[in-house]
Design a protein around this ligand. Sequence first.
Ligand code: HEC
Length: 148
Amino acid sequence: MRLKSTVVIGAVLGCLSFSSAFAQEEPQSARQAQMKVVGQSMKELGAIAKGEKPYDGAAVKAALEGVSTSMKAFPDQFPAGTETGMETEAAPAIWEKTDDFRAKSDKLAAEADTLLASVPADQAGVGAAMKALGATCGDCHETYRLKR
Ligand code: HEC
C-alpha cells in the first residue's frame, strides 16, 4: 500500500512540474502557439465552408472559441525584450504602434465573439464567417509580421 501511494504522489508531482514549466513558457512561443490555434481553427472552418467536411456545429463553435481565446491573450505576449529570439516573425512595428496592434488583435477577437453569439448554422454561414475573420489576418500581418 505504502509503495503504491508513493508512486501516485510521484505521478502527481510530475504533472505539477510539467504544468508550471508550461506556465513559464517564453512569450515568443506562447504567441506562436496562439497563432497556430488561429490558423488551425481557420483551416477547420475552411474545410466546412468548402464542403470538404460536413457542417458540424460543435466543431464550428470550438474553432470560433479557439480564435477568440487566442486573440484575447495574444497582444499580451509582446513584453519588451521579446523583439527577437525563437525565430519570431514579430515586426518591430508592434513595439512602435502598440495601440494599433492591440486594436487589430481586439478586432479579430470581437469578430469571433460576435459569431459565437450566433454560431453560423450551415455551410454558407461558415463561409461568410470565414470571410469576416479572414479579412483581419492580412491586415495585421502586412504591418506586424515579418516575411521570412
Ligand atoms: C493583431 C495582429 C494579427 C492578426 C489579426 C492575425 N495575426 Fe497571425 N501573426 C501575427 C504575428 C505578429 C505573427 C508572428 C508571431 C511570432 O512569430 O512571434 C503571426 C503569425 C501567424 C502564423 C505563424 C505561427 C507560427 O509561428 O507557426 C500563422 C499561421 C498565423 N499568424 C495565422 C493567422 C490567421 C489565419 C489570422 C486570421 C484569422 C491571423 N493570423 C491574424 C499577427 C496577427
